[in-house]
Design a protein around this ligand. Structure first.
Ligand code: MN
Length: 167
């Protein structure tokens, strides 16, 4: 069981992440306002931080940099989740100090696997390739292994709904 801090402004994603992590035996804690993220991280001492990139006030990229520059938190693995995958995003996110990068919509199984990998990685372990994460929607799914996580409202055409596809 690991303590996992989630920084995500979309309440639906917060619930999905928390439910998923709890189902895997972890202890999630979430903040929806990224201005509270550093205080929460100091209080909670997470084993892993999962942060959205598109956040108001303090962006995920800035938060990653702040975590990396913090004496107590500089070694905590960071998994970035982003609705966009514009060219150069992944480079910037990794350069800021995140170990893993997952695009929405994400595969629940891949999400859980990445969390697992980060929790068990050596402190200076190599970066995990994750090209196939963005294509999770096309993966062959036995049951409900794939959920479309809600994107941020600013991203795209029309509202998105999570778990909209029931097999
Ligand atoms: Mn967001």
């Amino acid at each position: 069981m690991a303590k996992i801090l989630i920084v995500e402004d979309n309440a639906l994603n917060v619930k999905l992440f928390c439910d998923l992590l709890a189902a895997h035996g972890h202890e999630p804690q979430a903040v929806t306002d990224s201005r509270q993220a550093m205080d929460a991280a100091h209080d909670f001492s997470p084993d892993l931080v999962i942060t959205d990139i598109q956040l108001p006030h303090v962006t995920g990229l800035d938060l990653i940099k702040m975590l990396r520059e913090d004496e107590e938190l500089s070694d905590v693995p960071i998994m970035a989740v982003t609705a966009y995958s514009a060219q150069g995003d992944e480079e910037r996110i990794r350069a800021a100090g995140a170990q893993a990068y997952v695009s929405k919509p994400i595969s629940v199984m891949r999400f859980a696997q990445t969390v697992d990998d980060l929790l068990h990685a050596e402190p200076e372990g190599e970066l995990k390739p994750d090209e196939d994460m963005a294509e999770s929607g096309e993966a062959t799914s036995d049951d409900d292994s794939s959920i479309d996580f809600a994107n941020d409202s600013e991203d795209g055409p029309g509202p998105t709904e999570a778990g909209g596809e029931e097999s």
